[in-house]
Design a protein around this ligand. Structure first.
Ligand SMILES: [Zn+2]
Length: 288
C-alpha cells in the first residue's frame, strides 16, 4: 500500500472512530440512516454511482403541479438545480394538459448508496419521473405508498402501449432541451416512438438514451453544477440522435441473436465501502 492510500485510510479510520459509525457496515447502511441533509452549501462529491452530497434540499411532498410518491423512503432530496429543473418541468406538464407530474426517487438526504434499487442517484443529480399520465392527481400520503405506476411498454419494451401520448413526447422533449440535463433514460420502444414522431429539430433526441427497465418512469440526470470540482461528470452521449441504435435494440428484442441473452448476465453487486467513496463522504456522515 502506498503512503497516500495509507494516509487516506488512516484519516477515514480516525474520522469514523471519532463518531459512532461502524466501519464494517457496507456504506449503504450508513447513508440509509441519514434523516436530513447537511446544513452546508450544496456540493456533490464523486460520481453518479459512487458518491454523496452536501446541502441537498427536500423536494416538498406536494406542489401545485407535482406530487412526490413513496414518501416513506425519504429519497426526495436533490441538489437545488435538480429540484428547480423538476418543479419547472411539472409546470410545463400542466401547460401541456396534464395536471402535473408524479416524482419518484431522487436521492437520500446525504446521497450515497441506497439500501435497495438504483446504482446511481448518489449525488442528488438523478431523479425518476413517473410516466403515468394524468388520471387521479391528488393522492393522499397513504395512497402514494400503494398506488401502482403504469407501464408504457408493449412487447418487452420494444414498443409503447396505448397509454403513451403526445404529451409524453412533449414533456421528454422539454426536459431534454434543458441545458442542465445530461441524459434521460427510458425503454427502447419509447425512444424509437419519439424518433419516428419527431418532425422538427432532432438534436434533443441525443440525450434520450434507451435503457433496461424504465417502463414505469423515466430517469433524468443533470450535469455536475458549475464549479463543483469534486463532482465527476459522465462523458457526453455519442453524437447524433441515436435513433438507429434504438431501432437496432428493438430489433434484437423481437429477434434475439442466437446463443446470446437479451440482457447481460447480472453479476452480484460488490458492496460499496466507505473507503470506496471520496474522502468528503466520511465527513458528511459525521456532521450533526
Ligand atoms: Zn432512476
Amino acid at each position: 500500500m502506498n503512503m497516500t492510500r495509507f494516509t487516506t485510510l488512516l484519516i477515514i479510520f480516525v474520522v469514523v472512530l471519532g463518531s459512532d459509525i461502524s466501519f464494517s457496515e457496507p456504506v449503504k447502511y450508513l447513508f440509509g440512516k441519514q434523516l436530513v441533509a447537511t446544513d452546508r452549501p450544496a456540493q456533490p462529491y464523486g460520481s453518479y454511482a459512487r458518491g454523496c452530497a452536501d446541502g441537498l434540499v427536500k423536494l416538498p411532498e406536494t406542489g401545485a403541479t407535482w406530487q412526490t410518491m413513496r414518501l416513506s423512503r425519504n429519497r426526495n432530496w436533490g441538489h437545488p438545480n435538480l429540484v428547480k429543473t423538476l418543479t419547472n418541468l411539472s409546470k410545463k406538464a400542466k401547460e401541456y394538459g396534464w395536471n402535473g407530474l408524479y416524482f419518484g426517487d431522487i436521492s437520500q438526504p446525504r446521497g450515497g448508496p441506497m439500501l435497495s434499487g438504483h446504482r446511481s442517484h448518489q449525488l442528488g443529480l438523478d431523479a425518476d419521473i413517473w410516466l403515468m399520465p394524468k388520471l387521479k392527481f391528488n393522492y393522499t400520503i397513504e395512497e402514494r405508498e400503494k398506488v401502482l405506476p403504469q407501464s408504457m411498454s408493449k412487447m418487452n419494451g420494444a414498443m409503447v402501449n396505448n397509454q403513451w401520448s403526445k404529451t409524453h413526447h412533449k414533456i421528454i422533449r422539454a426536459i431534454s432541451k434543458d441545458d442542465n440535463v445530461a441524459r434521460i433514460f427510458i425503454f427502447p420502444g419509447a425512444k424509437v416512438k419519439m424518433c419516428r414522431d419527431e418532425k422538427g429539430n432532432r438534436d434533443w433526441l441525443r440525450k434520450v438514451r434507451p435503457w433496461w427497465g424504465h417502463i414505469y418512469h423515466f430517469h433524468v440526470r443533470i450535469n455536475c453544477p458549475e464549479g463543483a470540482e469534486g463532482c465527476r461528470s459522465q462523458f457526453p452521449p455519442p453524437s447524433g440522435d441515436g435513433c438507429l441504435e434504438a431501432e437496432d435494440w428493438v430489433k434484437k428484442i423481437f429477434n434475439p441473436p442466437p446463443l446470446k441473452r437479451s440482457r447481460p448476465k447480472v453479476q452480484p453487486r460488490a458492496e460499496i465501502l466507505l473507503s470506496d467513496l471520496p474522502k468528503a463522504c466520511s465527513e458528511i456522515l459525521t456532521i450533526d
